[in-house]
Design a protein around this ligand. Structure first.
Ligand SMILES: NC(=O)c1ccc[n+]([C@@H]2O[C@H](COP(=O)([O-])OP(=O)(O)OC[C@H]3O[C@@H](n4cnc5c(N)ncnc54)[C@H](O)[C@@H]3O)[C@@H](O)[C@H]2O)c1
Length: 326
């Protein structure tokens, strides 16, 4: 990009706030939009008075505010979304924000001639057994009666809509399928992923709550790697019109990650585990047993490769969490 004005939607969230830090350090001018429904002002407060940052407390469903936030930008990084939900929560907000919010971003980008980097998710692969998960592979989504699938389906709809805006209207779009990531700014509710929750539980000497038997594996990464990949996608012409996995391809079971966190935290307390039957949280939802990204396309198109090991990411997050609790 020749000029460096960027709009980040969802700027107060885990990824958005770290992307904001990175872009400001690199000389970008950033408008950040967030309705603070889920993210936290604490994540961006240290940037509030930065001369190249402007914050708008607004909802992406409000297209007029979105348009005024986007004026003058060369790129919109669209991160604002509601994430995975349990069987006890409402699915409508997730479907509405993720589908309509994404189309609003694309409409504005078309009108103002702006590139869009859209944050999709590894959840769209669903139960696909084709490991490592490749961008061209088939997607295997579960039954519509199970609310947990609403997140994956809403992001898949966003991907199709983004592709339509690219192919039908010529809007330059990059779709990033993020695999799980965390940082000290992760939301410590279940929707922020299992690692931050386990860290809090270990530090508070509570039992680690494991869904199922913990044999399911995940490939989790540190936020700095997702931020780097996102910036590379913003800056790359090769990425336009493409779907690209981003994340870390190390694989670790949920149970082993609990043990690793306990050992790195070094609290001197014994490891306590509490196994919760999947059905108690997700009803008939079948958990994904393995989820590993194929990162070869990200390497080829963006020169991306993750730099922070899962172990180091856990160590960094525990270090910050201990400071916060001191
Ligand atoms: N963190 C991960 O591991 C991960 C994995 C896959 C995909 N993603 C995707 O990456 C993006 C960012 O994830 P994150 O972990 O930073 O999530 P997050 O929940 O920390 O951040 C999302 C932000 O969007 C804001 N938001 C929600 N609805 C909004 C609305 N209607 N208008 C304006 N702002 C709104 C929230 O307040 C929050 O600050 C999301 O689109 C998510 O689906 C994240």
């Amino acid at each position: 990009m020749s000029s460096k004005n960027v709009l980040i939607t969802g700027v107060a969230g885990m990824i958005g706030s770290h992307l904001l830090d990175d872009l400001l350090e690199r000389g970008y001018t950033v408008t950040g939009m967030d309705d603070l429904s889920y993210g936290s002002e604490a994540n961006i407060v240290h940037r509030k008075t930065h001369p190249r940052f402007r914050f708008l407390n607004a909802n992406v469903l409000d297209i007029d505010k979105l348009k005024s936030a986007a004026e003058g930008s060369q790129c919109i990084v669209h991160l604002a979304a509601l994430k995975k939900i349990s069987e006890k929560e409402e699915a409508y907000p997730t479907l509405s924000v993720n589908a309509t919010g994404t189309e609003n971003v694309l409409k504005v980008a078309r009108e103002l001639d702006i590139k869009v980097v859209f944050a999709s998710t590894s959840d769209v692969y669903g139960m696909s057994p084709d490991l490592p998960l490749n961008e061209d592979g088939d997607l295997l989504i579960g039954p519509s009666m199970i609310k947990r699938w609403s997140y994956a389906v809403s992001k898949l709809y966003g991907e199709q809509m983004a592709n339509a805006y690219y192919r039908d209207f010529g809007v330059p779009v990059v779709i990033l399928r993020y695999f799980g990531a965390f940082s000290p700014r992760s939301n410590f509710s279940w929707s922020g992923g299992h690692i931050p929750i386990f860290i809090q539980q270990v530090l508070k000497d509570e039992a680690i709550t494991i869904h199922g038997d913990g044999s399911q594996t995940r490939s989790m990464g540190f936020v700095s790697d997702l931020v780097e990949g996102t910036r590379l996608a913003m800056e790359s012409d090769l990425a336009i019109g493409e779907i690209i996995n981003l994340g870390n391809d190390e694989e670790l079971s949920v149970l082993d990650s609990a043990k690793l966190i306990h050992s790195i935290a070094g609290t001197g307390k014994e490891l306590k585990l509490k196994f919760i039957p999947m059905a108690d949280i997700f009803g008939k939802y079948k958990d994904i047993m393995r989820r590993i990204p194929d990162l070869s396309k990200a390497k080829r198109l963006l020169g991306y490769s993750p730099q922070v090991s899962m172990q180091e990411a856990i160590r960094l997050t525990i270090h910050e969490a201990k400071k916060g609790m001191a």
